[in-house]
Design a protein around this ligand. Structure first.
Ligand code: PFF
Length: 472
């Protein structure tokens, strides 16, 4: 069965693809800022504890469900779960679809910035032409055609890779892209931390600061938890899907640990690339928040670096584009696998190229709406604003983000844990992991995590997300 469905060629390839999915915009702009503004090293510690107690458990659960069933998100629940939980897989496919609608738009902006830096490097007219980051971003958002075109380019690149299949497309691309990304990160870090005044940035990120904890420990916890879910690509069936292509001989427990470790390292390295530079060139806490960091502050940083600026800027946005594309392909794959499985259930072999084409076209339609909206700049019709503008309905991007990241991801992960703990059984997870021939390490501990710690933690994270979006 595995042969027909496709499988990863090597464990290294699988890890690069899974790390590729995990490392993305969430690491590069979300983590450094949240870490710096919410306690520095203390936040990192909380993040790590949550990653081990909750992230590790959810990731293993997803990989096990995928490999055991040999199916993607929907198919895995259909095969393993009773009626009560069967619908959970659908939520994964739906949230992948919703996330793609805005993630591709943000990736499109990065591509535009890469092109602008290239233009500046070559002294061509498609450079920034002396505009500062703020003006450039405003102009870009107002240019609906440009936003849509860059979004579609990201989608076309992602779709082309997914069309190549699991080992021939996703694995082949990730195997080179991820090491390249880490090398580019190191180059940018070297420039960033050697700027005058960079130390202030490193202090912002790493110095333990317990003030945010004293004010609102609960918010810090749920901020770290929400970040962890998004960053590790959990709760939407990606790891179920990737696990379904994983051969029996591979050790799921070890692989989950490696992916989490690599993703966390990528977040810290991204912070070291971004924050010291922003500080050295006059940024402050506010300049690091939200979209401003990537599309305003950093552009100004590269602008003020002199001759080498556009080159470093081009490298930086190239690495962000790579990170985005490897995440995009995992999201397209979740939906593609769903249709491939559907065909297989009916005794047919799905036409991967055709399926990917239709999936991508559907995503493009929704992404076009988000791109044209320009973070609310262009007044595109937004019916939910009638409820009074709050965190979730100020623009289409926020709305899609709220539905997926805010509700469906943590809810999906919570339900998965409940399904495994109270219906399917943690013992089956252990058995599936041990099929590789190695022993499952820390059985009692993980059982406790699955049954109590992770579900409780997730209720809490879900609540924090809803609160963050102004829904409760
Ligand atoms: N993990 C990616 C990031 O941190 O940017 C984003 C992401 C990819 C989220 C895939 C969710 C997902 F399913």
């Amino acid at each position: 069965m595995e042969g027909k469905r496709g499988t990863w060629n090597s464990n290294f390839g699988f890890i690069m693809a899974a790390v590729g999915s995990a490392v993305g915009l969430g690491n590069i702009w979300g983590f450094p800022y949240k870490m710096g503004s919410s306690g520095g090293f203390a936040f990192l510690l909380i993040y790590l504890i949550l990653a081990v107690l909750i992230g590790f458990v959810v990731m293993m659960g997803e990989l096990v469900m995928g490999r055991r069933s040999g199916r993607g998100a929907v198919g895995a629940y259909a095969k393993l779960a009773s009626r009560k939980f069967r619908w959970v897989g659908w939520m994964g496919v739906l949230s992948a679809f919703l996330i793609m609608s805005f993630y591709s738009v943000l990736g499109g902006y990065c591509l535009k910035y890469m092109v602008v830096n290239l233009g500046d490097m070559l002294g061509m007219s498609f450079g920034s032409n002396g505009l500062n980051g703020g003006d450039m971003f405003t102009l870009l958002l107002k240019n609906q055609v440009e936003c849509v075109v860059y979004t579609l380019i990201i989608m076309v690149i992602g779709a082309a890779i997914v069309m190549g299949g699991i080992s021939g497309g996703i694995e082949r691309f990730s195997k080179y892209a991820m090491p390249a990304l880490f090398i580019l990160l190191i180059v940018v870090i070297i420039r960033s931390v050697t700027l005058d005044g960079a130390m202030k940035g490193l202090e912002f990120m790493f110095a333990p600061n317990f003030e945010p904890f004293e004010k609102d420990f609960i918010s810090v916890l749920s901020l770290a938890g929400g970040q962890m879910f998004f960053s590790l690509s959990l709760g939407m069936g990606i790891m179920i899907t990737y696990g379904s292509y994983l051969p029996r001989r591979e050790n799921i427990q070890r692989n989950a640990l490696v992916v989490i470790f690599a993703d966390t390292v990528a977040s810290i390295l991204s912070g070291m690339a971004v924050i010291p530079a922003a500080f050295a060139l006059g940024g402050d806490g506010a300049a690091m928040a939200g979209p401003k960091l990537l599309y305003v502050t950093l552009h100004n940083v590269f602008n003020s670096m002199g001759d080498i600026g556009p080159f470093i800027g081009m490298l930086f946005y190239l690495l962000v584009v790579i990170a985005t594309v490897t995440s995009v392909i995992s999201l397209i794959e979740v939906i593609t696998t769903f249709f491939m499985d559907h065909a297989e259930n009916h005794g047919k072999t799905g036409n991967r190229r055709l399926i990917t084409l239709f999936v991508s076209l559907a995503i493009m339609a929704l992404a076009t709406l988000v791109a044209a909206d320009g973070l609310g700049t262009n007044g595109v019709w937004m019916p939910f604003q009638a409820f009074g503008v709050s965190g979730w309905n100020d623009c289409w991007l926020s709305f899609m983000d709220m539905l997926s990241e805010g509700v469906m991801m943590p809810l999906g992960a919570l339900l998965m844990c409940l399904f495994i703990s109270y219906e399917w059984g943690v013992d089956r997870v252990v058995t599936e992991v041990e099929r590789c021939g190695d022993r499952f390490v820390g059985r009692q501990f993980f059982s406790l995590c699955f049954k109590v710690i992770a579900p409780l933690g997730m209720v809490f994270i879900l609540w924090g997300q809803l609160k963050g979006f102004g829904l409760v």
